[in-house]
Structure formats: C-alpha cells, structure tokens
Design a protein around this ligand. Structure first.
Ligand SMILES: [Zn+2]
Length: 409
C-alpha cells in the first residue's frame, strides 16, 4: 500500500505555520494580506521544486497539478484554504492544502500512473476577511457583480487585495471554470468541534454542509407606564420575545437535532426602566443539513413565533436576512472516503458540517465530499487550535487512499 512521507508532510505543516505565526502559537494570515501572499509563494515554490505544474486563476485560486499521461483525462480536485481568520489557528484550512500537496508529492515519487489529473486548489478568502468563499464562489460561478460593492470586508479592501496579485473585479468575475471535465472534489479539514474527540473516532465523513437561514423578527406591542399599567393588560413585546426564544429552543432540541437555532441579537424600544417595551427586534438564525428538515424546522419555528405573538397580543413581522442552502455531499464520494479510512484501519462516522467550507460551493457543480479529523477540545479560530500529528497524518493518508480508490473504480 502506498503511504505518504510522514516526516516530509509534518515538515510542510510546520513550514506553512511559520508564515504569519503569532507569539501565542497561532496564525495571522487574512486573505490577500502580506502573509497570505507569502504563504502562496511558499506553496508554489514547494510545488515547482518538486516538478509539479502551477497556475493561478482570476480569483487568485492557486492550482497545483499532477498530470495524467492522457491530456484529455478528467481532473480530480482536492482543495482547502491557506488564509486564516485574524489571530486564528495553524490547522484550519492549511491542513487540507498541505495534505493535498503531500498526496501529489507521494504520487509523483511513486511514479503511479493515474487515469485522471489531480489538482490541489488553495481557494482565496475562504474565511471571509473580504467576502467569504470568495475563490470557490468565483470558480463555481455563483459570484455576481451585484454583490461585490457590499462584500463584508469592504469593496476597497477587496480591490486592494486583488491588486496585490495583479487581479481585479473583472478577472474575479471571469474566473468561472468549466466543470464538464472535473470528476469530483475532495477536502479534508479539522472538525472544529468535539464530536470525534468525544467519541474517540479517527475520521468524520461529512454527509452534508448545513444550510443557514437568517431572519429579522419584529414584535410590536404597546408602550405603557411600567407602574400603572396592570400586568394582565400589557402588550409587552419583550415578554413575547422571551417566550418564543424559550419555545424555539425546546422545539429544536426535541424534534430537529442535530439542527441548531440561535437568537444572536435582541433590541428593545423605547428602552427605559419605566416603560413597557413596545417593540423588540430579534436576529434569528437556524441550521440543518437536510433540506426537507430545514424546511420543516422553518415551518415549526414560524408557528412558535406566531403563537407566542398571539398569546402576548403582539404583531409580528418576519423579514428574510440571508439564506445559504444545504450542500449535500455525493454518496459515492462519501463511501469512497469510508473505504479509504477502513482500509487504513481507522474508525469513521458520518456527520454534518455546521461550519461553512469551500466544499459547499463545489458540491453545486461536481460530486463532492469532505472529511474531518479531530480538533483537540474543539478549539478553532483561536491560536490554541490543535490537531495531533497522528490525526494530521491520518488526514493525508485517507486523502491518498481515496484518490487511489477512485483510480481503481
Ligand atoms: Zn477552514
């Protein structure tokens, strides 16, 4: 059985972690910052030194390629990201890119002749310093000109970052790739949660990346004297809000696990000790990986909201604030990773990803799968983020066996 070069791989992981290293042992490598550009240079230098082909698209996505003999062969993509959140960890994203690089180096060393090209992609700005999933959205054609002036990092920061790579909004919007010749997409990532660690399982195979729906809720009652107005006659918007928040929590715990619901912001008006709150604005967000369950969850949550409003004699308005559809992974690719893990004697389980990843862009256009290795104590987006050397090695080993398994199919 072909194995990766453990020491070379761990050295590569250590080398990338020096670029943008923070005193606390983390990484500060926001997308298209000076440190991100240096990490990009490092990737291309390592790849070209090993005789691999490199290229960059109009979105700044870096491509490292190992060619099959047949120039018309299909391409298998392996990807993740080298950018980090501000003061983040050294594994988030980087593990996937470096594991992919190590797989290419191993395949090249072995002289194996695969029936497809293998290409490792370092996607631009997965983390959202500028926009979030910027490179993978551009590559898969879901990025539109309309959204660019309102990107979360600011339009100017986006232009500035792109110009550091000699790119522009124009090249960004033209970075769409033809996926007709792409056979699939694989991504490995740290879990950023505790399910694998708690269960003592080596590999988590993702069946779906959750959909996210966000709404603003406005509950309207009536302002009144907080002393003289009898309790039974009040139309207190905050009582209604408190009630519905509690009801929503119980609903999701009881019927929609592993789905989650969150009320991340609350604002009451007029906002004084001695006035009964007349209006409350709540930020509601909920997530599930199964499209049908997500729909059912929405119906049930809206029922709870409307019933609470009625009970407290309030008006309610529900305004959409964002929608990310669930991204189911391709079952044959899920099985491919499971077989790869089993072949290595590693335990595995299926789970949903509750965080966003580039795989959710790719799942729209090609059979995709991602898998996780444990994160110690689930710590992530934090300098203390850590996965053991053995878990990192498992990530690269499963990736290699999945690629070889696909070649056998
Ligand atoms: Zn990540």
């Amino acid at each position: 059985m072909a194995r990766i070069n453990f020491q070379r791989f761990l050295d590569l992981m250590a080398q990338q972690a020096e670029i943008g290293a923070t005193p606390e042992g983390g990484l500060n490598r926001p997308a298209l910052s000076e440190m991100d550009i240096r990490a990009r240079q490092w990737l291309f230098e390592r790849a070209t030194a090993a005789g691999l082909e490199v290229a960059m698209d109009g979105a700044g996505n870096q491509r490292v390629m190992l060619r099959a003999n047949d120039p018309d062969a299909q391409t298998l993509l392996i990807g993740s990201h080298l950018d980090s959140v501000p003061n983040g960890g050294r594994f988030d994203g980087a593990l996937g890119v470096v594991a992919g690089l190590e797989v290419l180096l191993t395949l090249k060393d072995s002289g194996a002749e695969l029936p497809f090209h293998v290409e490792v992609v370092n996607f631009t700005d997965e983390e959202g310093t500028l926009r979030g999933l910027l490179g993978s959205s551009a590559m898969t054609g879901t990025l539109t000109a309309e959204g660019l002036p309102n990107v979360r990092g600011g339009a100017d920061a986006l232009q500035e970052g792109l110009s550091r790579l000699g790119l522009s909004s124009e090249t960004l919007l033209n970075a769409r790739r033809d996926f007709a010749n792409v056979m699939g997409y694989l991504e490995v990532h740290i879990e950023q949660g505790t399910r694998l660690e708690q269960a003592g399982i080596n590999i988590g195979v993702v069946t779906s990346i959750v959909g996210v729906r966000s709404y603003w809720l406005t509950l309207t009652g009536e302002a009144a004297h907080a002393g003289t107005k009898p309790m039974a006659d009040r139309r207190d918007a905050l009582w209604g809000a408190a009630h519905l928040i509690q009801q929503a929590r119980e609903l999701v715990l009881q019927y929609f696990q592993p789905g989650v619901v969150n009320f991340g912001s609350i604002h009451a008006e007029p906002g004084a000790f001695n006035i009964v709150p007349a209006e409350v604005r709540l930020a509601l967000e909920f997530r599930h990986g199964d499209p049908e369950k997500l729909d059912a969850m929405q119906t049930a949550l809206f029922n709870v909201i409307r019933r609470s409003a009625t009970e407290f004699n309030l008006e309610v308005e529900i305004t959409p604030a964002g929608l990310i559809p669930p991204a189911p992974m391709a079952e044959p690719m899920v099985q491919l990773v499971e077989q790869a893990a089993s072949g290595l004697g590693l335990s595995h389980t299926r789970l949903m990803s509750f965080a966003g990843h580039d795989a959710q862009s790719l799942a729209n256009v090609t059979p995709s799968v991602m898998f996780f290795v444990p994160s110690v104590r689930g710590i992530s987006h934090n300098p203390a983020e850590y996965s053991t050397p053995q878990d990192c090695i498992n990530a690269a080993e499963v990736m290699l066996q999945a690629v070889l398994g696909l070649a056998d199919r």
